[in-house]
Design a protein around this ligand. Sequence first.
Ligand code: ZN
Length: 327
Amino acid sequence: MTDLLSLIKETGAYRAVEGDKKRGMLSHAYLLITADGANLDNYLKIFSKLIACKDGCACGDCRACRLIDEGVYPDVYRFPKDGEAITAEEVNLLIEESYIKPIEGDKKIFVLSHAENMNLAAQNKLLKTLEEPPKGVHILLGTTSEFPLLPTVKSRVKKIEIPAFTPEKLFNALKDDYPDEQKLKQAIACGDGTVGGVVSLYGDEKLSLVEDLVMDVLVNMQSSKDVLDYSIKISSNCQDITDFITVLKLTLRDLLVLTEGRETEVFNKSKISALKNAQNFCTGSIVYALEHAAEAEKRKKFNANQTMLLEWLLFKILEGKYKWRKL
Ligand SMILES: [Zn+2]
């Protein structure tokens, strides 16, 4: 099993809650924010343990920690019970339950997962409990985005954030479970700094598919007539063109060092022979393409239209290719 606890223990989020506990000042409500939707529940479990553990930390060995791991600790309540979104009815249950004393310890923990899916009625119902919960009650909200939450909810909780992890930390945490070193490094380089993101890139064939698409564009896209075909091909294979742009940037970087004769510095060694087919590119056109890929990434963040952005980028790659055409 991937050692998520070691990763989390090094975050400011963990240290903040640990510090609160040491000072006997645990907040009655925390909002845990992470971009890693796939591991949100795992992270919430770690923080539940940290709060409930008899020890100062999420020791993993005491009765509370073990039962939380198994999902059967009687003083931890998880919502939604089933389904994707916590309903107003469930919040009613939570409120009723919050007045009943804990069974094992002195704390009762309510874990609200994927709070971003809660509708306004459910959020509104929760407000009073968030403001004045019964003694010993701690509410742990977990979300992948804080934007769908009401400002009145956010103002009543202590915000703790899991940041993007560095490539080194991700590599060390994942190398035992994902032994193909080259593939793992590539997945980390293309990922978003989350464990879930890296695992999904490593696990499926998506990454090599995107790599092939990028190579196809660099080697075979010859004229503006091709742009539309490639745009359709890329859009139908990448739900989000960010993946395409990220892999494009890495490939261009490899192409650049290869063009400059620094073959040993190529990151993705398995693609060297394929890169050598992209001969129409010289330093000028690669740098030009890199600059426009970075610009496309920026525009994507501001919600530019995906198809138009992709076509614009492909045109720019072609433009650069001919602007600095080798004579
Ligand atoms: Zn423990």
